[in-house]
Design a protein around this ligand. Structure first.
Ligand code: C2E
Ligand code: MG
Ligand code: MG
Ligand code: MG
Length: 278
């Protein structure tokens, strides 16, 4: 009967929920040990100047090599790391790893470009970020303007006074700041001029739908805002030549996306730089 099938569906749903919760709990348990077990790996995706045809930056992205499940996507484990607070020591580790790696590329004269690291909201709680950034720079010997922090609009808006104070200090040190996934947050435009930001990164949803007149209008306006506020602009998620042509026609030169390069492990970047630098 329909009553029975309804009951059945509910139990299937229940099992699905349970399966999800169990995986979440097991990942959380493993995540607590992942740093000590060296299971994290940083991959780097190029930011590309499409007029000059050179690499102008890299974004560092975290990968977790789980001993049983293989590579786990940040979309799955970053939220767990944020909820548990584990994102703080993980990001501290990453700051040291990324600054050290970038300095190795500089010394070997392989590459001389800034590398960005994504910051969760948690990083601005407690006020410890500045000291760790300074220590990572001092220990590696990397000049501050070769390090960039990517924050989202919601991080900047949430507890704005405190976040802006910390960002200003970091900017005074010479560290660069970019606004990630720009255009997807709300209520940001009114205070955009008050956030110390070098670069707006246009979110990939706009690029994906850039054939639509309305999305094109939004992209065009983000580029205009950046230009008027003396900020740079990077288009995210660029995958096709049509998108590149459109972005270029709107005056956007720096792009990041699978068309130019996927996120790559360190051992692949040496060769990549040889083929893709000025
Ligand atoms: P994000 O910072 O906006 O990073 C860009 C994401 O888009 C990356 O996914 C990248 O691989 C992907 N991507 C780049 N080009 C293309 C493209 O052409 N097409 C498509 N479909 N995707 C593209 P990833 O590495 O899976 O990271 C997802 C998100 O996880 C990041 O978004 C960021 O919010 C977060 N994340 C990654 N690593 C870290 C980290 O170390 N710390 C923190 N706090 N968050 C991180
Ligand atoms: Mg990012
Ligand atoms: Mg983004
Ligand atoms: Mg994103």
């Amino acid at each position: 009967t329909s009553k029975d099938s309804g009951k059945n569906k509910f139990s299937v749903f229940d099992q699905e929920m349970n399966r999800h919760q169990l995986r979440r709990m097991s990942l959380e348990k493993d995540l607590r040990k992942a740093l000590a077990r060296s299971e994290f790996m940083v991959v780097y995706q190029p930011k590309w100047d499409s007029f000059m045809n050179v690499t102008v930056g890299l974004e560092a992205l975290l990968r977790w090599r789980h001993p049983e499940h293989g590579i786990i996507s940040p979309a799955e484990f970053i939220p767990i790391a944020e909820e548990t607070g584990l994102i703080v020591p993980i990001t501290y580790w990453m700051l040291h790893d990324v600054c050290g790696q970038n300095m190795l590329w500089h010394r070997a004269e392989v590459a001389n470009v800034p590398v960005s690291i994504n910051m969760s909201a948690r990083m601005f709680e407690g006020g410890g970020l500045y000291d760790v950034v300074e220590e990572a720079l001092t220990r590696s010997g990397l000049e501050p303007h070769f390090l960039e922090l990517e924050i989202t609009e919601s991080i900047a808006m949430n507890n704005m006074e405190e976040t802006v104070a910390q960002l200003s200090k970091l900017r005074n040190l010479g560290v660069r700041v970019s606004l990630d996934d720009f255009g997807t947050g709300f209520s940001s435009l009114g205070n955009l001029d008050e956030i110390p930001v070098n670069t707006l990164k246009i979110d990939q949803v706009f690029i994906r739908k850039s054939k639509m007149h309305s999305k094109k209008a939004i992209i065009s306006n983000i580029i205009a805002i950046a230009s008027n506020l003396n900020m740079e602009v990077v288009a995210e998620g660029v995958e096709t030549t049509e998108q590149i042509e459109l972005l270029q026609s709107l005056g956007c030169r720096v792009m990041q996306g699978f068309y130019y390069g996927r996120p790559m492990p360190v051992h692949e970047l040496g060769q990549w730089f040889i083929e893709n630098t000025a």
